[in-house]
Design a protein around this ligand. Structure first.
Ligand code: F6P
Length: 348
């Protein structure tokens, strides 16, 4: 078969490991040829691709980012987008696409399915907010990176008797905040799923100080907001204000600085903020993510050869399964609030 592979949306550690797995497993098991489209759906629209083979995949397993490039391109928002996708795939004689992405990129694959585009999805995002799979590859690496950062912030916060607010990624879901907050021993974890009470946050930090714990780490997901509408408006205004992307998502970032200012003003404790930002997306994947990415890539090739188009490979109870793309996209997988219950005895 001739396979096309693309990586779309925000990059994520493990993308190259999936590409390597698709190229190598396809070649070794089935004699497939694979071409890689450049910059996600943009490369398919514009007919830009590169030939891939197992030899060229050497070194990809541990490499961060994506050698194919990525973008947040939405063919449904482009003139003649669907027709251009069809034209490119026909010209390149592609039998099936392996689409590696999150909700937006896989959502495009899902919509293209009934229009004759044969695709299998692979779930990617550091945010871990994709439905249909217990975990996406890249998430574990991001949690590890954030935890190491929190560990470092804790020593300087303790030395200076400060509150340090650590802003992590997580647009709709607080998975990174919750797991890194638990792993890093945070005093407070604030997530988009649970609007927070600023008075309560400040009261808890004050109580900590009164108990003799003179420093605190507050982990806040970029999508978290206060419950109070006036404060929420003020916090939202601290965001970049950049125009939304092709899928309508606002650019977040800014809640950490806003929160540190509020905490300092309300408690009198010196406060600082650190935004981890894209540091969480860069660098080499952990061993767990390398293995998961490889399992997903191999499984995607098998799904293609079984004709299981319109599905996404996924992790379920430790096994790789196939789920309909339709069930995976369109509704983010929000945080399992049990995790916050686990964190609760250690907060405040
Ligand atoms: O890929 C998801 C994500 O990392 C979100 O957590 C974050 O809001 C967004 O991407 C940032 O996107 P960009 O790289 O376009 O600034």
């Amino acid at each position: 078969m001739r396979l096309g592979v693309l990586t779309g949306g925000g990059d994520c550690p493990g993308l190259n490991a999936v590409i390597r797995a698709v190229v190598t497993a396809g070649h070794v098991r089935h004699g497939d040829q694979t071409i890689g489209y450049l910059d996600g759906w943009r490369g398919v629209l514009d007919g830009r691709s590169t030939a891939l083979d197992p030899l060229r995949s050497t070194g990809l397993l541990a490499m961060g980012g994506t050698v194919l490039g990525t973008s947040r391109t939405n063919p449904f928002g482009e003139p003649d987008g669907v027709e251009r996708v069809r034209r490119t795939l026909a010209a390149d004689r592609i039998d099936a696409l392996v689409v590696i992405g999150g909700d937006d990129t896989l959502g495009v694959a899902n919509r293209l399915g009934p229009m004759g585009v044969r695709a299998v999805g692979v779930p990617k995002t550091i945010d871990n907010d994709l439905s249909g799979t217990e975990v996406t590859f890249g998430f574990q690496t991001a949690v590890q990176t954030a935890t190491e950062a929190i560990d470092r912030l804790a020593t300087t916060a303790e030395s200076h008797h400060r509150v340090i607010v650590c802003e992590v990624m997580g647009r709709h879901a607080g998975w990174i905040a919750a797991e890194a907050g638990i792993a890093g021993g945070a005093a407070e974890i604030l997530v988009p799923e649970v609007p927070f009470d600023l008075d309560q946050v400040c009261a808890k930090l004050t109580a900590r100080h009164e108990r003799g714990q003179f420093f605190s780490i507050v982990v806040v997901a970029e999508g978290a907001l206060p419950a109070d509408p006036t404060l929420a408006e003020s916090a939202a205004a601290a965001r970049s204000g950049a125009p939304p992307d092709a899928f309508g998502h606002a650019r977040l970032g800014g809640i950490g600085d806003w929160l540190a200012g509020q905490i300092e003003r309300r408690t009198g404790f010196e406060a600082r903020a650190t935004t981890l930002g894209h540091i969480q997306r860069g660098g080499t994947p952990t061993a767990f993510d390398r293995v998961l990415a490889t399992r997903f890539g191999v499984a995607a090739v098998e799904a293609v050869h079984d004709g299981a188009f319109g599905t996404m490979v996924a992790l379920s109870a430790g096994s790789i399964v196939r789920v309909p793309l339709d069930q995976a996209v369109g509704h983010p997988k929000t945080l399992d609030l049990d995790l916050l219950e686990v964190a609760a005895p250690f907060l405040g």
